[in-house]
Design a protein around this ligand. Sequence first.
Ligand SMILES: *Cc1c(COP(=O)(O)O)cnc(C)c1O
Length: 384
Amino acid sequence: MSGETGYYAPNVGMEGIAEARLSSANLVHNLNVLRSHAPGDMMAMVKADAYGHGLVETAVRTVRAGAEWIGVATLAEALDLYHRGGITETPIMVVFFLPTQTQQLRAAIEAGVNLGVSSVEQAEAAAEQARLAGRRVRFHWKVDTGTTRGGSPEVDWPLLGEKLYELEREGVAEIVAQWSHLARAEELGEANEYQKAAFARAWDVAKGIGLEPRLRHFANSAAILGDPETHFDLTRPGIALFGSNPIPGHDADLRPVMELRSRVSIVKRNPAGAGVGYGHTHRLDRDTTTALVPIGYADGIHRASSGSGRVWLRGEIRPVIGRVSMDQVIVDCGDDEVRAGDEVVFFGFSDDTPSADDWARWSGTIGNEIYTGIGTRVPRRWID
Ligand SMILES: *Cc1c(COP(=O)(O)O)cnc(C)c1O
């Protein structure tokens, strides 16, 4: 397999300035924690460049750690994993596709990629490409049980079910699974009963038509940790694999896979009263040493965190002051001695540093958006 060099740089603009360091050991740890909650098969969700960690490099490590399936959002992601990543033995599922993606559909079917299917149009478009390829397309029938997002709505279950049955009889499709997605998994308890009941009805509809999918899957990270009744044959963890806690306040023993570091570029001693950064949203109330760190919102330090962010620098947690710029932030170092070149950790592996979930709170978002927002010019480096 390729993807084992441990280094991934889609765009090397921040080479020598900032780095996202990645830990295989922590990825394996998280996978094992999830496995202890849900012992069945696991589909590691590595869409969106593996939540910013690097698609191929992360998927290869996840497979090596024992994931039985790989899940991605798009056909292009699946094809990249198959051809560039060499993931040809572990089955890959694509969450969605457009009926108009004919060439990619054909290539995906030839690569044996499993397709999430939510509509008759999708089923027909994929079946047409399967006929042309002389192959069977593997479908995972997605049912909308209450997200009002992807998946076939309940009124369409009989229609789509009959279509899938017909394509299976024709020998052009295999209905591998039925699946759904939870809207409120992190709330635990009652919030999910409605969707669980709908998922049971969808299964009855499939059985009534004569379909016999061998798999059912429903649970994302939060549901894996919080609700065993959603586990079925296969679970689909995403964010928990990367160490963010999907259920606020729940102690899950997950470890961050990514650490984001940069270095001090310029140190200044400034007089009391100086305005800091764009808009002078912060003014120094005393003589202050500031450290400029050359990483900004283009690299994933959300502008919305202006005035709230904190970094680790020379053994202390220090405030980021003023507005976050596109390529730089300013750190208040008080009267401490700091030097150009000193390491700055935005979020790290150690409990002494802030976490991505801290940055999520400071930015008014969730860990998922922090990780997926780390800019493409920041090189990713696996450290083990
Ligand atoms: C992203 C995704 C997941 C993983 O969700 P997390 O909350 O990150 O665990 C699971 N299933 C589907 C369909 C997804 O798109």
